[in-house]
Ligand binder design. Structure first.
Ligand code: AMP
Ligand code: GLY
Length: 423
């Protein structure tokens, strides 16, 4: 069958690499894709939110499955768009419908969902411009640091953590009244600060059955020792070494199971990946956030460890037969290190020629922000490429990633040399 992947990052290159291994795959398309996906699939210059163009391409190329990488088109209702169109209704979309995508599209929706289904998460209240004064009073009752979250999608920038009460009040006002994050911060969730170590759990569900995928830990800050600005992710490790059976059982019983059952109970149709951002507080798992997609760069370590055929796996999601599938997981550890443009996550230059990645044998190179121009592969984003390696433990895997990253060159290249430092 012909498959279309929506997206253009390292996550999508990894999914393309995995799907391309399936004997069931006909032709693979990626929209819009990057230089890495262009090597193994056909890129199409279509934006992920251009549903009419996506429809045209699906019909023209006889595509019979669509896998959605990023959250935007899901929150905008790409799955519903297919279901409402007689020409597209039979074509499965991997990714939840709009109503369920609100788990990521609205922080308040996610918090209400967790409260309703008794899923452990930080205490919270939400506010609008009309209730700004109540917001100030709520902040006064909390102890620092203060956690302010724009309700809507804000490209990963919508969470502020502040130590000073005056600053927190000022930011709350800027978010609600001045539209700091546009319409996304017309509502703000203020929540209790949780101290602990973070990890991510991924679940694939067909709406009834589900599979818990390997755990992962990502490194979001630009600077070593987790300092400096937040990025989309500078590296990742899977599995997370501190997750033992007892802790995983807690995650499953208190979080994963009630999440999937809650979706069913609330009539939120969900066929796709659930990304649960967790924090380990003492010995207890609590939910920081839901995302309705795979993580990036977590995908670059989670997906290579799954040995199943991905076309079959996605068919089971579409057909509602996921319960009959056995997952096969590679027991080794996978690590990935992200190479980024100089200056990222602030202003950076694009269009730098990349060399040296073609000859890497014992690591996987996944492209993120790359493009082909003038017959060369060039940088086209902040996060440029991820180098994934396997090892018996994360140290062995990391040393391979670091050894191979040294072979890659582009002007201004930067990467964190301390992935896994806290483990
Ligand atoms: P999010 O955009 O929801 O992933 O939040 C970004 C980051 O803010 C998370 O990865 C956490 O590091 C941090 N964060 C969010 N909520 C809390 C909380 N309640 N307590 C502590 N840290 C938090
Ligand atoms: N790595 C975090 C994310 O994909 O949101």
């Amino acid at each position: 069958m012909n498959v279309l992947i929506l997206g253009s990052g390292g996550r999508e290159h990894t999914l393309a690499w995995k799907l391309a291994q399936s004997p069931k795959l006909g032709k693979l398309f990626v929209a819009p894709g990057n230089a890495g996906t262009a090597e193994i699939a056909q890129n199409m210059p279509i934006g992920v939110n251009d549903f009419e163009k996506i429809k045209e391409a699906v019909l023209q190329h006889d595509i019979s499955m669509v896998v959605v990488g990023p959250e935007d088109p899901l929150v905008n209702g790409v799955h519903d768009f297919f279901l409402k169109d007689v020409a597209l209704v039979k074509i499965p979309v991997i990714g939840p419908q709009k109503a369920a995508a609100e788990l990521e599209g609205s922080k308040q929706f996610a918090k209400e969902f967790m409260m309703r289904h008794r899923i452990p998460t930080a205490a919270y209240q939400s506010f609008t411009a009309d209730t700004l004064e109540e917001g100030y009073t709520f902040l006064e009752k909390l102890t620092p640091p203060y956690v302010l979250k724009a309700d809507g999608l804000a490209a990963g920038k919508g969470v502020l953590i502040l130590n000073d009460l005056r600053e927190a009040k000022e930011e709350l006002r800027t978010m609600l009244v001045d539209g700091k994050f546009g319409n996304a911060s017309a509502k703000v969730v203020i929540e209790e600060f949780l101290a602990g170590i973070e990890l991510s759990v991924f679940v694939l569900t067909d709406g009834v059955g589900y599979k818990v995928l390997p755990t992962a830990k990502d490194y979001k800050r630009i600077g070593e020792g987790d300092t400096g600005l937040n990025t989309g992710g500078m590296g990742a490790i899977s599995p997370v070494p501190f997750v033992d059976k007892n802790f995983m059982d807690k995650i499953h019983d208190r979080i994963v199971k009630p999440t999937v059952e809650g979706l069913k109970m609330d009539d939120l149709p969900y066929k796709g990946f659930i990304f649960i951002g967790l924090i380990k507080v003492g010995d207890e798992p609590m939910v920081i956030e839901y995302n309705v997609r795979l993580g990036d760069p977590e995908t670059e370590v989670v997906v290579p460890r799954i040995q199943n055929d991905f076309v079959s796996l996605f068919e089971a999601v579409a057909n509602g037969t996921l319960d009959t599938v056995d997952l096969a997981i590679d027991g080794r550890t996978a690590t990935t290190v992200m190479m980024v443009s100089g200056g990222y996550p602030e202003a950076y230059e694009k269009g730098k020629e990349i060399s040296g990645y073609e000859n890497i044998q014992d690591s996987l190179v996944f492209h993120a922000g790359t493009k082909v121009e003038d017959d060369t592969v060039q940088t086209s984003g902040g996060r440029v490429m991820a180098v994934t390696s396997f090892g018996t433990d994360f140290k062995e895997a990391l040393s391979k990633s670091y050894e191979n990253i040294e072979k890659i060159r582009f002007e201004g290249m930067n990467y964190r040399k301390d992935i896994g430092f806290d483990l």
